[in-house]
Design a protein around this ligand. Structure first.
Ligand SMILES: *Cc1c(COP(=O)(O)O)cnc(C)c1O
Length: 386
């Protein structure tokens, strides 16, 4: 027997916040841009850079075209190149590894911690020792991903990286708004990349991203690479390789509006997460958030031994859900030649992890229904096993 929610439930909700910040305010901002004509990197992008840096406490923020651009630009500023080893989580969205590969570096895939689903510092150390022993690659950087919005074990990861002469780039594409021991995402690692893809915690209405850094030198390199490696003095002299990585001004206007409701949205994400934390059956594994940290809850992800069956059951009952991520990056076709290490925890997570509805606009009626439906599944499974 299947049931139906009283009203449709969404996995993500990119639209409802318009009712909160006021769509008419956005239309006014768009009209202003239509009039001033600075459609790429106009004054609104500059205002956004300043507001985002102030929000997280980073010295510099440079907005760009996407989260993938942000990762790539940060690595370009560090001159990542062929012969470099870049250590990266394997249980992530492909872009975390794609960025170093686009620059010709070698991705070294690192396993996850089974409780936090984030990079396991012990396996990072093992991977570094292996690369050192082989002696072919230059140890360059670590890309630490805050999966589903939850901060990595930065104290350990940064220490291991720095002890080995490497920098840490936080892939905070899912975690803008998260907090690690009193520090906001953007101001934790050596540099940070984030994404404003519509489903991310601070989502725009199209592609967008930003890098955060604490040195003027890095930020100037990023700003140059963002426009084809342009010289700040002579715009017709490109002094290094770069890309088309600018943010369009309309996107900045959207994000400035979204920023006005962002703190309330984060509070509502916590409200949803705490109901799931407290009320979902212990049959489901829950992502551990490190002590003293706050997730931005891009996704709420549980683990379940019969994940595919649960997914079908939830869909039959009108609850959207998604397997993020069904294949660790190292097992994907384009990455086959770098599939050199075994990452058993990532493999297991790819078969057991399931993301359930997480939006700031789920109300108690929606949550009652989701929790009841999931707990019924758990009860059936436990009764069978008994
Ligand atoms: C979304 C995402 C990216 C890429 O961001 P885009 O804006 O889609 O380019 C990179 N890493 C992670 C972990 C992501 O979730």
């Amino acid at each position: 027997m299947t049931n139906k929610p009283a009203k449709p439930i969404m996995l993500f909700d990119c639209k409802t916040s318009q009712n909160v910040f006021g769509r008419e305010n956005l239309m006014k901002a768009f009209e202003k841009i239509l009039d001033h004509g600075g459609y790429c990197q106009g004054p609104e992008t500059k205002e956004l850079d300043e507001k985002l840096a102030a929000y997280c406490g980073a010295k510099y923020c440079s907005t760009c075209g996407s989260g993938t651009d942000a990762l790539t630009l940060a690595l370009m500023a560090w001159n990542v190149k062929p012969g470099d080893a870049v250590f990266v989580s394997s249980f992530t969205f492909v872009a975390s590894a794609e960025a170093p590969v686009l620059l010709g570096a070698t991705p070294i895939f690192v396993d996850s911690d089974p409780n936090t689903y984030n990079m396991d510092p012990e396996d990072l150390q093992r991977a570094i020792d292996e690369v050192k022993k082989e002696g072919k690659l230059n140890l360059k950087a670590v890309v630490a991903v805050d999966i589903f919005g939850s901060p990595c074990d930065y104290d350990k990861i940064i220490k291991i990286a720095h002890d080995n002469g490497m920098k840490v780039l936080a892939d905070s594409c899912q975690s803008f708004g998260s907090v690690y021991k009193g520090k906001h995402a953007g101001n934790i690692a050596d540099m940070t990349a984030t994404s404003f893809y519509p489903t991310k915690p601070l989502g725009g209405y199209g592609d967008g991203g930003a890098t955060f850094s604490n040195t003027n030198e890095e930020n100037e390199l990023i700003k140059s690479c963002r426009v084809h490696g342009m010289s700040p003095e002579d715009h017709y002299d490109n002094v290094r390789l770069g890309m088309t990585g600018r943010m369009n001004t309309f996107q900045a206007a959207v994000l400035l509006q979204k920023l006005t409701v962002f703190d309330q949205e984060l509070k509502d994400r916590f409200r949803v997460a705490s109901r799931y934390d407290n009320e979902l059956d212990s049959y489901f594994g829950k992502q551990k958030i490190l002590d003293g940290c706050k997730s931005a809850y891009a996704l709420y992800t549980i683990t379940c031994p019969d994940r595919d069956e649960l997914m079908a059951y939830l869909k039959d009952n009108g609850i959207p859900c998604g397997a993020y991520y069904p294949r660790p990056v190292n097992t994907q076709t384009a990455y086959a030649k770098w599939n050199t290490r075994s990452v058993p925890v990532c493999e297991k997570l790819s078969k057991t992890a399931l993301s359930i509805p997480m939006t700031p606009y789920l109300d108690n009626e929606d949550l009652d229904y989701i929790i009841k439906t999931m707990n019924e599944f758990a009860a059936q499974k436990k009764a069978k096993a008994a």
